[in-house]
Design a protein around this ligand. Structure first.
Ligand code: PEP
Ligand code: MN
Length: 630
């Protein structure tokens, strides 16, 4: 049963309730949500709910109708985020696990690890115990294989997962893996589920060859009832009458599981299809259907693999697949998960003068702003996003060292450059750009809880938010857009107005932060709406190692062909330009600075050469930052 606690429940009443339930034989889980705290009480005990409902501090008691309780969405409305090392599964992420079917040798595993890491996988796989159909097939390297897997993962900074095939290996494996995998053939090995559950470690739970979704969720329930909360469900195809593919990939399981359970669900297109050529299409289909991630078999030499070679991708194919996933994810409101170490690249995160400030990152706006979302997408959920009223305050906080980074929007794909921030970069020579991040902007119509589309007359938002949703507003007679200084600020304003005929346009975070309701999702005219953010830090804290992008400014003399000859230098050195913008120079009417962003070619001195040549023919050349983009 689910016990919803009153918001003002005292600590004493809470503890009394917990011990009351435990004495009756229930297992109790406390779940703290955004808006309420609940106790989930499970156990094979029948009790009159009214006995609980009358206890002090209890708001309501709701029975859970499904046979699986801890795994059910009824118990927990928010998505579970599974943390494995620095990597997260669930929420709006697409996290990709990759590696060979089996660990075969140190050389093979290290090569595989490097390749999948470079393409953007966040976790390494490799089987050491292989449950093969034939007893004569390669059975895996056992503990020796696990050692290699762990070393390979450490060599590239990836957590690792490997399949456990029997209860006798539970203890031994815990020292080698970051997550256990329970394979399709063992999904209903209840003794194994109990033993692995007791470890409390993350588990990737594959769907059984012929398991129904309910049986699969019951297997997750076993793990959870014995102590494991961090479970990732993995759809890997089921047995049907079709024989062309190894199994039949049940992609409809993704939305079904998402409705029934709060656990993340990933897809294994390799075992599902058994055919290399079918892996990438089904991987993309899985992402499009809302999967929280993938597990893909990748082998450095598939033609000589000891197991599952025909379904293993070549590293180049995997690299291409990852690029496609990166392009596709924003379409379904997701972002590809990256290893956080990739992010504040080459930047020292402690500041001698002001102590350890690495977790503080500033942005302009109020809580729930798109910039705040960009901070968490780029740096992870653990950092503190510090709101500042003006863009200038973001620069000042970075300069003064009260934060380690600032995140500022510099360009929107529909509305163009945010000139104020380019000008601030010019005005603050001690600030450097050390990264960039592109966020898909999804505008939602947000109203008071209970108000519906027909009620809305006034819509508050930043002028850009209103402009980007103009078609929606025009198509709804009687609606009027009212400019506000900020999108998330408009939602805060809405919550104070408390008028059911008013609404705001902003991101979903803002709705959550201010307890408002999304009336209609994604109302922007053009869904290809992205904002590019720069990550800025103090110049003396930035270190540049292997950057692949640079932002710089220069001005030119006032004579024919001056800008042309500067750009020619870039062309002659094979440097690709991704942005060119002219900005007026303050105090010098009708004179301009040029702001550029370019790609730095790998493994050559082309960029340095171009910069040296530019210094000779331009004026006031200044590099604003060199950094790495994924
Ligand atoms: C595997 O992932 O190596 C494997 C054997 O998968 P499944 O249990 O899905 O067949
Ligand atoms: Mn395999």
């Amino acid at each position: 049963m689910i016990i919803i606690l009153k918001q003002d429940i005292s600590l004493h009443d809470k503890e009394y309730l917990r011990s009351f339930l435990e004495e009756k034989g229930f297992k109790v889980r406390e779940i703290i949500g955004d808006h309420e705290t609940i106790f989930g009480a499970v156990g094979n005990i029948s009790i009159d709910f009214r006995q609980v409902e009358i206890l002090s501090g209890v708001s309501r008691v709701i029975p859970i109708s499904k046979p699986y309780k801890l795994a059910s969405r009824e118990l927990k409305k928010e998505d579970t985020i599974v943390n494995i090392g620095r990597v997260k599964f669930g929420g709006n992420r697409v996290a990709v696990i990759a590696g060979p079917c089996a660990v075969e040798s140190k050389e093979q595993m290290f090569k595989a690890a490097l390749a999948v890491r470079e393409s953007g996988a966040v976790m390494l796989r490799g089987g050491a115990f292989k449950p093969r159909t034939s007893p004569y097939s390669f059975q895996g390297m056992g503990e020796e294989g696990l050692k290699i897997l762990k070393d390979a993962g450490e060599s590239v900074g990836l957590p690792v997962v490997s399949e456990i095939v029997g209860t006798q290996y539970v203890d031994m494996m815990k020292d080698y893996v970051d997550a256990y995998q329970i394979g399709a053939r063992n999904m209903q090995n209840f003794e194994l589920l109990k033993s692995v559950g007791k470890m409390g470690m993350p588990v990737v739970l594959k769907r059984g060859l012929s398991a129904t979704i309910e049986e699969w969720l019951m297997a997750a329930e076993y793990l959870m009832a014995h102590g494991s909360d961090n479970i990732i469900l993995c759809e890997r195809g089921i047995r049907t009458f079709e024989t062309y593919t190894r199994n039949t990939l049940d992609l409809s399981a993704i939305p079904v599981v998402k409705k029934l359970s709060h656990l993340p669900i990933i897809v294994d297109p390799s075992h599902a299809t058994g055919l290399r050529a079918k892996v990438s299409p089904m991987a993309l289909a899985a992402v499009a259907a809302g999967a929280d991630g993938l597990v893909v078999e990748v082998h450095p030499d598939p033609d000589n693999a000891l197991s599952d070679g025909p379904q293993s991708l070549y590293p180049e194919e995997f690299e291409k697949l990852m690029r496609d996933i990166q392009a596709l994810s924003p379409v379904v409101g997701k972002e590809i998960e990256r290893i956080p170490a990739n992010r504040p690249i080459n930047v020292r995160t402690t500041d001698e003068a002001s102590g350890n400030i690495d977790k503080n990152i500033s942005f302009q706006g109020v809580q729930g702003a798109y910039s705040e979302k960009a901070i968490h997408r780029y740096f992870g959920d653990e950092v503190n996003a510090i709101a500042k009223p003006e863009f200038r305050d973001v620069f000042e906080s970075v300069l003064q060292g009260t934060v380690s980074f600032g995140v500022i929007p510099v360009e929107n794909s529909l509305a163009g450059t945010i000139n104020e921030n380019i000008d601030l970069l010019l005005r603050y020579p001690d600030i450097a750009v050390v990264g960039e991040y592109k966020l898909r902007i999804i505008h939602n119509l947000i109203g008071l809880p209970g108000s519906s589309l027909q009620d809305i007359k006034k819509i508050y938002s930043h002028p850009q938010g209103l402009a980007q949703c103009a078609e929606f507003i025009e198509n709804h007679e009687g609606m009027e857009g009212i400019p506000f200084y900020d999108t998330a600020g408009a939602v805060e304003h809405l919550s104070k107005l408390n008028d059911p005929t008013c609404a705001a346009i902003a991101g979903e975070e803002a709705a959550r932060v201010y307890g408002m309701n999304i009336i209609k999702e994604s109302i922007e005219t053009n869904p290809r709406n992205y904002t590019k953010f720069f990550i800025i830090t103090r110049k003396d804290r930035a270190e540049y190692e292997t950057p692949n992008r640079a932002a710089f400014v220069f001005s030119t003399s006032d004579k024919p062909g001056a800008l042309f000859s500067c750009l020619k230098v870039l062309a002659d050195n094979g440097i690709n330009m991704n942005k060119l913008e002219s900005r007026p120079i303050h105090g010098k009417p009708w004179q301009y600075m040029f702001f550029l962003s370019v790609d730095i070619p790998e493994g050559s001195k082309a960029f340095e050469n171009a910069l040296n040549a530019l210094k000779n023919i331009s004026e006031d050349l200044r590099v604003l930052g060199k950094y790495k983009v994924d």
